[in-house]
Design a protein around this ligand. Structure first.
Ligand code: GLC
Length: 736
């Protein structure tokens, strides 16, 4: 986030006029509180709903009699720095109070979660990352920013940049997968798309990179669980995407819930100050995630909420999203010198920087015409078209025996599975403001495309199974397309699963379908890699559909009928069975790399390699790789890597060519492969071309356990191919 000298002076002049109460007010992020209709705290009500003490209809009745407290008096008194919400009319009302009725007229940040689209929902991040298309990452983010501003949101709690290697974790769905480099490229593009280059333009927002940091390393894939790792691992794997986001100008960050090496990230001076603010030079602010500060008491690092609040502010956490800990305790803490005034000033300065940089002092309100654009209308045509493009590029062809796909248009298709007929399950986790009327189910997509299709529910992800419908489906159709997977509630926050096979009786449903003798195509709708060993053994064609957003139905139909040649890859490795997580391609070799022989790093009862490894994805055509060459550039600063790529199939296709590196002998054990670069190449049938990468020597190092970046002479291996497993390779000696 770059400010001009004049903007910095503006920040300082406002800060100089603020009272202690007003400074603390800026560190307070408020949410509209739900009041009335019940005599217990709202959190307790949610607990009662979650544990069944309250039914949905009782909860609905209570909600109907409740109202919202928007804390207008606190805003008027300068005790609120930011609000949560996505209602443009309410946003303007509250902003008017802040700007025209508070003493200093400091405008509010209006924050909301827009992770993969607001009204126009596009694929969940784990899917979109698999498109390996940086330009697409940026354009979808830019669209989300535009819709956010029109809805009164000027601060977006995105991008989520948590590298994750354990698919039991539900939030794998929200992030860019298992690889740090793909995560970093995703981060750069999302920050550019969200923040643009002139943030005061109405169509951009302040980004909030999250969850800082290493939240995806939660032990056993259980959400909110502890994380423990070396400093080297933290810098080489979990920090790369955040470092890239800061270089791109990320305006804010959200501290993560997890304790990292014994210190919760809400009160961690190493990650917040040493690394992020001093090391990376981030000039924006850090906000807590929900009750992250309060939870430090449960973590056992703070005696009480006051202690937690003081530790957080002193560690470099600048704004409290949770239950008013800064609001309740900071005044006394500053007056008693337990929080130095200059630390509070630094926090407020960072918050004011974002408001000045966004241009909120000049343009605090949502223009009426923006509000009208989305009120009760469908999403703009170009947004819907972009959502379709993103869905099409994120689809992954995992298996296609005997080229069963694409289907012949004349074939009668028995479409099976409750998910096939759903307009809502295609959306995925963390999307709140979409309209069902904008969505296209897979059933509707096939019908719109003119397929000869009939729908039979037959079963679903929550245990449904109907043998009669299975019989009818098998009787009617020439081919069966089974849409199976997870509901969107089975992934996302607080949705870890120990069993990551197809939920319910969906494998049993598949067995029954296969037993009828008809060919079966499996279309997956899921928020995480699933354990698909049995399916891969028995089902001839498998299409990974993820949760692709509002246009999922059109994209899947286009792929099934051959109007689209799938080009996506998996951004996270798929296991064959449960029990093999965490699973990732960029692992150390160990002294006994897994093999068929017993005394190696393997399992007695399961395969140890990924079923579908990072970067894997098939096409309706075929690509061949040859002639890998590595040449040191004049001056010795980089290597030029070239190879020949040929489309040896019968139709045009797009391949993601991936470049990997291995440091064969270093002062720390290094991964067997690390993604360094990738590019997408479209070739007509029979066409071939030379693909060229440039690998700077500066990019061939790693961080050691003191957080220092090392470049060490020695033997390296260069790999290039269509996945992390299928590569050409060359060895080179490198001198830095
Ligand atoms: C949640 C999530 C975070 C989200 C925040 C605000 O607990 O962890 O990703 O931005 O609350 O909704």
């Amino acid at each position: 986030m770059r400010l001009t000298q004049e903007q910095e002076r503006k920040v300082e002049s406002i800060l100089a006029r603020m009272t202690l109460e007003e400074k603390i007010g800026q560190t307070n992020l408020e949410s509209p509180s739900i009041v009335g209709g019940f005599d217990v705290p709202f959190e307790e009500l949610i607990e009662m709903l979650t544990d069944g003490r309250l039914s949905n209809e009782e909860f609905g009745k209570i909600m109907a009699t409740s109202s919202r407290d928007y804390h207008e008096d606190d805003i008027r008194a300068g005790r609120v720095g930011a609000m949560m919400g996505d209602d443009p009319v309410k946003a303007n009302e509250l902003q008017k109070i802040a700007v025209e009725e508070s003493r200093l007229g400091i405008p509010l940040l209006m924050g909301f979660d827009v992770i993969h689209g607001l009204r126009t929902v596009y694929p969940i991040a784990i899917a979109e990352a698999g498109s390996f298309d940086d330009d697409l990452f940026e354009r979808t983010a830019s669209m989300a920013a535009k819709e956010s501003r029109a809805h009164g949101i000027n601060w977006n709690f995105a991008p989520m940049l948590d590298v994750a290697r354990d698919s039991r974790w539900g939030r794998v769905s929200e992030g860019p997968g298992e690889d740090p480099r793909l995560g970093a490229r995703f981060a750069r593009a999302k920050i550019r798309g969200l923040q643009g280059d002139t943030a005061s333009d109405r169509n951009y927002v302040a980004a909030c990179m999250k969850h800082y940091v290493a939240y995806g390393a939660c032990e056993s894939g259980r959400d909110y669980n502890t994380t423990m790792m070396s400093t080297s691992m933290l810098h080489n794997v979990y920090l790369e995407a955040f470092r890239a986001a800061v270089e791109e100008g990320a305006a804010s960050a959200m501290a993560s819930f997890n304790d990292l090496n014994g210190v919760p990230c809400s009160v961690n001076p190493y990650t917040l100050r040493t690394v992020l603010k001093d090391g990376y030079g981030m000039n924006g602010f850090v906000v807590s995630d929900a009750n992250g500060i309060k939870e430090c008491v449960a973590h056992g690092i703070a005696a009480d909420e006051e202690d937690a609040g003081i530790q957080a502010m002193n560690a470099g956490l600048d704004m409290d999203m949770g239950p008013h800990i800064f609001k309740n305790y900071l005044k006394k803490a500053v007056e008693e010198g337990r929080v130095p005034m200059e630390i509070l000033d630094d926090a407020v300065r960072r918050i004011l920087r974002v408001k000045v940089w966004l241009g909120l002092f000049e343009n605090p309100y949502v223009p009426e015409e923006s509000i009208r654009t989305y009120a009760d209308s469908n999403v703009p045509e170009e947004h819907s078209t972009l959502a379709l493009e993103a869905a099409e590029k994120s689809l992954v062809l995992l298996k296609n025996e005997d080229n069963l796909l694409p289907l012949d248009r004349e074939q009668k298709i028995s479409l099976v599975g409750k998910l096939a007929d759903s307009r809502t399950e295609i959306i995925g986790a963390w999307a709140m403001s979409w309209q069902e009327r904008d969505c296209v189910s897979i059933r509707e997509g096939l019908e719109k495309a003119g397929a000869n299709v009939r729908y039979f529910a037959c079963g679903g992800p929550e245990g449904e199974l109907d043998s009669e419908e299975i019989r009818q489906a098998a009787e009617w159709g020439d081919v069966i397309v089974a849409v199976l997977g997870e509901t969107d509630a089975m992934s996302g926050e607080a949705s870890s699963r120990a069993d990551i096979t197809l939920p319910g009786k969906q494998r049993k449903l598949l067995k029954k379908l296969l037993k009828t003798g008809k060919k079966v195509v499996l279309v997956l709708m899921n928020g995480r890699p699933l354990a698909l060993g049995w399916e891969d053994q028995h089902v001839p064609a498998i299409l990974e559909g993820w949760h692709l957003g509002i246009r999922m139905g059109d994209a899947v139909a286009a792929a099934l009928l051959g109007d689209l040649n799938p080009e996506g890859k998996v951004a996270s490795s798929f296991p064959a069975e449960n029990g093999i997580e965490p699973l990732y391609y960029n692992h150390p070799n160990t002294g006994r790399p897994g093999s068929r022989s017993k005394f190696t790093s393997r399992y007695l009862d399961a395969p140890f390699e990924a079923l579908y490894p990072f970067g894997f994805g098939l096409s309706y055509t075929a690509f061949s790789y040859s002639g890998l060459k590595v040449k040191e550039e004049e001056g010795g600063g980089a290597f030029e890597i070239t190879l020949r790529l040929a489309n040896t199939g019968a139709r045009e296709g797009t391949e993601t060519v991936q470049l990997y590196l291995q440091d064969k002998a270093a002062s720390l054990v290094r991964p067997v492969k690390e993604l360094k670069d990738y590019m997408k190449v479209t070739l007509k049938a029979g066409e071939e071309k030379t693909v060229r990468f440039r690998l700077s020597k500066k990019d061939m190092g790693f961080y050691d356990n003191s957080g220092k970046y090392l470049l060490e002479d020695g033997l390296f291996k260069i790999f290039a191919g269509g996945s992390s497993r299928d590569c050409l390779e060359e060895e080179i000696m490198v001198k830095f």
